[in-house]
Design a protein around this ligand. Structure first.
Ligand SMILES: [Zn+2]
Length: 112
């Protein structure tokens, strides 16, 4: 591979890293909605009209699945955060593929 092609790859990697930097709201998780029944006697929720939905983000914490409650006002932002995570994974895959090409050319390593 020519030096200019290697330079092109390194530039491309810099752009991907710049883009990665913009994904500050990323959230690694998936959504569940829950409907609940309250403790008020005669509340409509006891006759089938349950309260909700309440939104939870299912995340992995120290190897355990946990559901984190997300206030309704934050759900839309949270959904964007989850797609930022997927975007980040995609960028990381692209960076990996560039780095593999650089390894093949022996142009990979810290200080590049
Ligand atoms: Zn109720």
């Amino acid at each position: 591979m020519s030096n200019s092609n290697i330079k092109k790859l390194v530039n491309e990697r810099s752009l991907l890293l710049e883009e990665l930097k913009t994904l500050s709201q990323m959230l690694h998780g998936s959504w569940v909605e829950r409907y609940s029944v309250c403790s008020i006697k005669n509340c409509k929720c006891h006759k089938g009209e349950r309260h909700g939905p309440r939104h939870y983000l299912v995340i992995n914490e120290n190897g355990k699945q946990r559901q984190k409650y997300i206030q309704n006002s934050q759900v839309e932002s949270g959904q964007k955060g989850v797609s930022e995570y997927h975007k980040a994974m995609d960028l990381i895959d692209q960076i990996t593929s560039i780095n593999l090409k650089l390894i093949k050319e022996r142009k990979y390593g810290h200080g590049e």
